[in-house]
Design a protein. Sequence first.
Length: 168
Amino acid sequence: MRFKAVALGLLTGAALVLGAGSASAHASLTSVDPADQSEIAQGPDEVQLTFNEAISPNFATITVVGPDNNLWSTGDVLVDGSTVGIKVGDLGPVGEYKIAYRVTSADGHVVDGIRTFTLTQEGSGTPGKSVVADDSDSASTSVWWIVGAAVVAFAVALAVALRRPKKD
Ligand SMILES: [Cu+2]
């Protein structure tokens, strides 16, 4: 009986997770400045992401992490309607910089992703803190850990709810 409840919980949790992932009303990223996979000789004053709808000013994050795994974005995220930006300035080593964003769309769903640009000439900027190495493999692995944890948490909650004796 308990196994059945857990199995049902797993299926329901998986359906919820997949359903949330495929809903169509999320904000979507329409452009990035500097453009995705572009090559630039000098760090931009600001990295800007533009979405197809207004973004919630709460909980928006953008980080720019260099090939040295240091944080190169500074200050707070600036949300202005459908545009979200972060200050950058002078960069450091030549190579690929990752723009990681996470915003909340008007329908309350979180939208995140990674874009990149490549610096072609070494800059003289000062990096921020070192960021734990976060290559795309471990990023996608961590997503599945989160999905798995959500499914298990849901199953456990459901199993506990079903075990509770009826009052009448
Ligand atoms: Cu949505």
